[in-house]
Design a protein around this ligand. Structure first.
Ligand SMILES: [Zn+2]
Length: 121
């Protein structure tokens, strides 16, 4: 079954102008930790505030600039959130973790604190 309405949109790269607008808006600082951004390759990333996967848009209002450390943190958070969204949508093959079936331990017996096994009754 396909549900095109909930499929993630494609990430749209920021234009140089959009990037510059964000940089000015944020006073050249990381949106999260307020560290001064270094405008060099791989030192600034534009991120979706609400991820595309979570229904966010590619609009400039949903974008912010972050330092590499905060991008790493967000990706870790997103991974967990996305995994949950997929589970809720039933997109995972495995589904919820199943309880491991006991292989024959007789439930009519139980172990006492002293290690002795006694029959329930
Ligand atoms: Zn930061």
């Amino acid at each position: 079954m396909t549900r095109p309405d909930v499929l993630p949109k494609k990430r749209k790269p920021l234009s140089k102008l959009e990037f510059a607008k964000l940089a000015v808006q944020q006073n050249g600082k990381c949106a999260v930790c307020q560290a001064k951004l270094r405008f060099e390759p791989h030192q600034v990333r534009d991120e979706h505030i609400v991820s595309l996967f979570g229904g966010g848009s590619n609009d400039l209002s949903n974008r912010e600039l972050r330092c590499p450390a905060c991008v790493t943190q967000k990706n870790a958070d997103d991974a967990a959130r996305h995994a949950k969204i997929r589970r809720l949508r039933g997109e995972t093959k495995t589904g919820p973790k199943k309880k491991i079936q006991s292989r024959g331990f007789d439930k009519t017996y139980r172990r006492k604190m002293n290690g002795q096994t006694v029959k329930r009754g």
